[in-house]
Design a protein around this ligand. Structure first.
Ligand code: NAI
Length: 538
């Protein structure tokens, strides 16, 4: 019991339990409570000299005592989320081979081809409800980290538990080790994966296919979240499997929901006193044309059609820019996912000329290009709009298209700003402005909870749209007053319960649910949410 993190209570084993379980003498004699333990943990974590040390300290705790880990995480969620997730997780993945202590989750490599079902059989519990899986090809904005991408599914699943109350035992992080093209990792003796180049083509597809089927056979109706796949595979896999199994891609769909929620909130600020409050009135410039940007565009188009705009017209409201310039009809080098947004326009090579020519009301960065929102770009936006909406979503902080401070300074405090990684408050013009964090953790845990509670057999776009609506509705006038387009992260459990309720409602109303609809969906969701507390063993 002392060695199993799911059962261990450490010094909180009571005198009765120690006697009954044969633990007397194996622990220091003074018993302390969960709260006392938690106070010690947070003090120790805070005393560490940097965030990576804090990360290691928390992962060590997760490996020793899961209840205490989640108790601390939930109690200090806003403080610790940047440690167990972005931005620190980026550094953790980069150094995964060196900080690795104890294996968590499962690795399935090319050497396991033909045995995926058998390997998944080695997982010790049957009731897995959520799998987060990566192949490590596009980790945050950091590129190909191969098997070291494992930090991402581990971190995301911790957030499923902390934010939405999915039970830890129902979560399984998986890394598909299909190789890496990262030369540094290939020559690093500390690299945890098999040192070979990435599988491509049929070899890759058949490996993924075997995994998806094996996972569904081993854990029927499990929710699979695809995470940090390179975009050449991410879009294809989502299209291939979204109607076959219960699966979604958070980089594409979760990002879209959280961004749409931020946009709805921002429009409450820009709309006050003007007639430009509707989403359909916006011109949206997306810098980056990958998973995040295309996913966001697709959901915005759905949202606009719900406001009555024809789909073709809604698409024309969204402009994308990739590393080769503005996405326009005359280009012959466009990947499939960009084509719906290739409009008639002259070719423009850079963001400044695109912003000048198209006068967008909203500028969203999802390019991984640090500093791309220059002084010139931001002041151009401010010259055309009273309150330009600027979302610099790239993660981690080092990749952000601009900082919060730059966004406010170069728009003379007028920007409505949100970012992917957190930025501190900014003092500008005598007031304090709080940048919002477009954190996917607002959305995916609640989506997952709604899906698994209702036993939904598919994850639909409507679920993401409803999640965005619910999240936006939870932004209070006081949040907007200080410039924040998302609710405080401290409220995330309550927000997740609201999102899960909305998602379950979609599942029930569209016939995707496989459990009986309860009378009070919200109360029923809340009753299933995991609360980290010690149960008595005697
Ligand atoms: P991706 O690899 O699918 O797309 C990146 C896009 O950026 C590509 O279209 C590429 O052509 C474009 N790009 C690269 N260099 C460029 C340049 N110099 N100029 C213009 N475009 C350029 O990656 P994905 O998944 O779309 O992620 C992009 C960024 O967004 C990452 O940093 C990621 O961390 C971040 N992100 C943030 C989220 C959030 O804030 N909630 C959620 C998901 C992703």
């Amino acid at each position: 019991m002392l060695r199993d993190p799911a059962l261990n209570k450490g010094r909180a084993f009571t005198a009765e339990e120690r006697t009954a379980l044969g633990l007397r003498g194996l622990l220091p004699p003074r018993v302390i409570s969960l709260d006392e333990q938690a106070a010690r943990v947070i003090a120790t974590v805070r005393a560490k000299k940097n965030d990576l040390d804090r990360y290691n300290s928390l992962i060590g705790l997760q490996d020793r005592n899961e209840t205490l880990f989640y108790h601390v995480l939930i109690k200090h969620l806003a403080e610790l989320m940047p440690v167990i997730y972005t931005p620190t997780i980026g550094q953790a993945c980069q150094e995964y081979g060196h900080i690795f202590r104890r294996s968590r989750g499962m690795y399935i490599s090319d050497a396991d081809r033909g045995h995926a079902r058998e390997i998944l059989g080695n997982w010790p519990t049957d009731d897995v409800r959520v799998i987060v899986v990566t192949d490590g090809e596009r980790v945050l904005g950091l590129g190909d980290l191969g098997a070291h991408g494992m930090g991402i599914p581990v971190g995301k699943l911790s957030l499923y538990v902390a934010c939405a109350g999915v039970k830890p035992s129902q979560c399984l992080p998986i890394t598909l080790d299909v190789g890496t093209n990262n030369e540094v990792l290939l020559s690093d003796p500390a690299y945890l994966g098999l040192p070979h180049e990435r599988l491509r083509g049929e070899e890759y597809d058949s490996f993924i296919d075997e995994f998806i089927h094996a996972a569904n056979e081993r854990f029927p109706n499990v929710l699979i979240q695809l995470e940090d796949f390179g975009n050449a595979n991410a879009f294809r896999l989502l299209e291939k499997y979204r109607n076959q199994v219960c699966l979604f891609n958070d980089d594409i769909q979760g990002t879209a929901a959280v961004t749409l929620a931020g946009l709805y909130s921002a429009l409450r600020i820009t709309g006050s006193g003007s007639d430009h409050a509707s989403l359909c009135d916006q011109t949206i410039m997306l810098f980056g044309a990958g998973e995040a940007a295309t996913g966001i565009s697709n959901l915005i188009v759905l949202a606009m059609t719900k406001e009555g705009m024809p789909e073709a017209e809604a698409r024309k409201r969204c402009w994308l820019m990739d590393s080769k310039g503005l996405v326009v009809r005359s280009r012959t080098d466009l990947a499939e996912h960009k084509k719906p947004y290739a409009h008639e326009h002259e070719r423009l090579p850079d963001l400044f000329s695109a912003v000048q020519s198209l006068t967008p009301t909203v500028l969203i960065g999802a390019s991984g290009q640090c500093g791309a929102f220059t002084h010139a770009v931001l002041s151009q936006m401010a010259g055309e709009q009273k309150h330009p909406i600027i979302f610099a979503l790239s993660n981690p902080t080092s990749q952000s298209e601009c900082t919060a401070e730059e966004a406010y300074r170069y728009t003379e405090g007028q920007a409505i700003f949100a970012s992917g990684s957190p930025f501190p408050d900014v003092r500008y013009g005598g007031r304090t402005i709080s940048p919002g964090q477009a954190n996917n953790a607002y959305v995916f845990p609640g989506i997952g909870m709604g899906v698994i509670s209702s036993g939904a057999t598919r994850v639909t776009q409507e679920m993401f749209f409803q999640a965005a609506r619910v999240l936006a509705a939870e932004v209070a006038p006081d949040d907007l007053k200080i410039g924040r387009v998302f609710p405080p992260l401290e409220r995330v459990r309550e927000l997740s319960a609201s999102i899960a309720t909305a998602v379950a409602r979609v599942a029930f109303s569209t016939g995707l649910a496989t459990v009986e609809e309860p009378q009070d969906i919200r109360a029923w969701i809340e009753s299933q949410m995991y609360i980290p507390d010690y149960s008595s063993y005697v």
